[in-house]
Design a protein around this ligand. Structure first.
Ligand SMILES: Cc1ncc(COP(=O)(O)O)c(C=O)c1O
Length: 358
């Protein structure tokens, strides 16, 4: 008997929001910024406009440095805040710990102290065991805590949680850094403004992510207190994050911030993740770990079917020990993609044992 044909695969990839292309508005903005010459290294009107647009969103004269990418922006932000004898506290699941090849540690020369995550989050009490080291010459000096918003586990810190962390850091003379690779998804999930979530809670510096939100490339390092940025431009240059044709980063950021495209993109991604949760709810073999808070769905699947499903429509395993995978929606994911993906999962998984031969 011949094997049943594979179900149609969705056009979109559920592997990562990084797998999507860029927003058409961003591509148009890149083409428009291509007209004529412009001074390099940020001395151009597109960069100035993007910086002003970011400051407007913070409702404050924050210091903004555009950068090439997320790892680089984290390296610049953290390295500016840290001395080599100091340490930064982060959860064991943080991108800066597990997914940046040790770049921030190497570049800052500082110690990166990891603590156990609680649903992907850093909790204020986790800092306490290390602050006793302050002033002791034998120990790395805790100076910064860093968090990711959205977390790598797909959870979203509440305003109160960020505020409590900032308060605890400041009480110990430490700073709070936020990796906002998916800050837009967190904002639409919580209904807060950037000023409420980042400025008013007391975050000191952040990476403002655009790549996962519809840019081709480009992020911003934002210092909420200008004195923290005193040496930031030298750090950015040394880290290779000063973009020579900065106008092309500026143009993308302005296009995303214009008419709140960044928030509409993030809302769409979050909504598609919620839709996917509903769409797979009736598949016996799929067990969604928790309702998505932003644009990632974590689910348990029969692990022996993983290869087969990946060959059909690739996605990443998340926690093999718990048979968990991650499905991620992006700004470009459509409801049709969600329906096609869920229907395919249902067909393949309901077909059960034996289908893995296809
Ligand atoms: C939480 C987080 N931080 C930072 C980044 C930035 O990484 P990249 O250097 O690939 O832009 C990512 C990308 O996946 C991420 O998920």
């Amino acid at each position: 008997m011949s094997a049943a044909p594979l179900p149609p695969a969705p056009e979109a990839s559920f592997a990562s929001d990084n797998a999507a292309g860029a927003s058409p508005e961003v591509i148009e903005a890149l083409a428009a910024a291509n007209a004529g010459p412009a001074l390099a290294y940020g001395e151009d009107p597109w960069t100035a406009d993007a910086v002003a647009a970011i400051q407007e969103r913070f409702e404050a004269p924050v210091d903004v440095l555009l950068a090439w990418g997320g790892t680089g922006a984290n390296i610049v932000g953290l390295s500016t805040l840290l001395q080599p004898w100091q340490s930064v506290i982060a959860v064991d699941s943080a991108h800066v710990i597990v997914d940046e090849a040790g770049g921030p540690a190497r570049f800052s020369g500082s110690t990166f102290t990891t603590v156990a995550n609680v649903d992907g989050k850093l909790v204020p009490d986790a800092i306490e065991p290390f602050v006793g080291w302050l002033g002791e010459e034998h120990h790395p000096q805790p100076a910064v805590a860093t968090i990711s918003q959205v977390t790598e586990n797909g959870t979203v810190y509440s305003i109160d949680e960020i505020g409590a962390l900032a308060d605890r850091c400041h009480a110990h003379g430490m700073l709070l850094h936020l990796d906002g690779a998916r800050i837009a998804n967190a904002l639409v999930a919580s209904g807060a403004t950037l000023a409420e979530m980042v400025r008013d809670t007391g975050v000191d510096a952040m990476t403002f992510g655009f790549t996962k939100n519809g840019a081709v490339f480009g992020e911003a390092v934002v210092y909420l207190r200008p004195e923290l940025a005193a040496h930031a431009r030298f750090v950015r240059k040394q880290a290779g994050q000063l973009v020579s044709k900065s106008r092309f980063v500026g143009a993308q950021i302005s296009a995303l911030l214009r008419d709140d495209l960044w928030l509409r993109n993030a809302r769409s991604a979050n909504d598609r993740a919620a839709e996917l949760t509903v769409a797979v709810a009736g598949i016996d073999a799929v067990d969604v770990v928790r309702p998505p808070e932003a644009n990632a769905v974590f689910a348990r699947i029969p692990w022996d079917r993983l290869d087969e499903l990946q060959r059909w429509s690739f996605f990443w395993p998340w926690d093999p020990a718990d048979a968990q995978v991650r499905w991620m929606a992006s700004f470009a994911t459509t409801s049709e993609d969600v329906a096609t993906f869920a229907a395919g999962l249902r067909q393949l998984l309901d077909a059960g044992v034996g289908q893995s031969e296809r």
